[in-house]
Ligand binder design. Structure first.
Ligand code: DGN
Length: 260
């Protein structure tokens, strides 16, 4: 059976992209809740309600594991999802936080995400809980304008550079050595973010980190697809598919055959 992935829209395709490249034998079902995007600015209660609906839709189609690709949904709805579903549920926050702790040299970690993600404190809590006795110093900031820039494909040049400088100057000044890209859209802006924060700051892509956790969990539970059959990939959206197919190709790094 397939791995289910949901996101508020196209962003989670960055997680799907990592999944396809690291676990090429797995079949996937992706649901982008394009009718209700963005989640990043909505309350935790509303995002939880939408998340449970998305999960139910994918469960009906027989998924073996659920990946909550959206950082905002992972930040606020993971306990409700884990309690409601009979299959393993993996969010992007814990994997991203743990990857940052493995990479940091000075224990100064920055986190950027949507207002919902940052306000929830989920990354901050996870980093502090997982850091152990050495501790960690966390600096978090919401960078909402990165989302439309990524969707417009405005990934280089003066406009994204100025926005990135405005958002990230404090991180550089405060000696942050590791920065978590805590939103599905930010991997598209990796180059400009790296340029602005400089080579002394390590960027952590939560999407990448999550896929390693998924692979490990499937292995442990004996759920890995073993090659043999040809994997299938289906995409669903809750609004008309045109914009999703067009914008999503950039996020997935390949054309999207169709979305229902
Ligand atoms: N997918 C959302 C996230 O990772 O937080 C970003 C898009 C949004 O809903 N604003």
């Amino acid at each position: 059976s397939p791995i289910g992935v949901f996101d508020s829209g196209v962003g989670g395709l960055t997680v799907l992209k990592s999944l396809l490249s690291h676990l090429p034998h797995e079949s996937t079902l992706y649901l982008g809740d394009t009718a209700r995007v963005p989640y990043g600015t909505k309350s935790g209660e509303v995002v939880t309600r939408y998340s449970l609906k998305n999960a139910a839709f994918l469960m009906e189609r027989g998924i073996k594991l659920l990946v909550v690709a959206c950082n905002t949904a992972s930040a606020v709805a993971l306990p409700a999802l884990s309690a409601a579903l009979p299959v393993p549920v993996v969010g992007v926050i814990a994997p991203g936080a743990r990857a940052a702790l493995r990479r940091t040299r000075g224990g100064q970690v920055g986190v950027i995400g949507t207002p919902g993600t940052i306000r929830s404190g989920a990354y901050q809590r996870e980093l502090e809980a997982a850091a152990g006795p050495e501790g960690v110093k966390v600096k978090a900031r919401a960078c909402p304008l990165f989302v439309p820039l990524a969707e417009e494909g405005w990934l280089s040049g003066d406009v994204p550079r100025l926005v990135a400088r405005e958002y990230l100057a404090d991180f550089v000044q405060n000696g942050v050595d590791t920065l978590v890209l805590g939103c599905t859209h930010y991997p598209l802006l990796k180059d400009i973010i790296a340029e602005v924060v400089g080579p002394q700051v390590t960027l952590v892509d939560s999407a990448e980190a999550t896929v390693h956790v998924v692979a490990q969990l499937l292995e442990e539970q004996g759920l890995l697809a073993r090659g043999g059959g040809v994997p299938t990939h289906h995409t669903f959206v809750t609004d008309v598919p045109e914009r999703f197919v067009e914008v999503g190709a950039r996020f997935l790094g390949r054309p999207i055959a169709s979305a229902e």
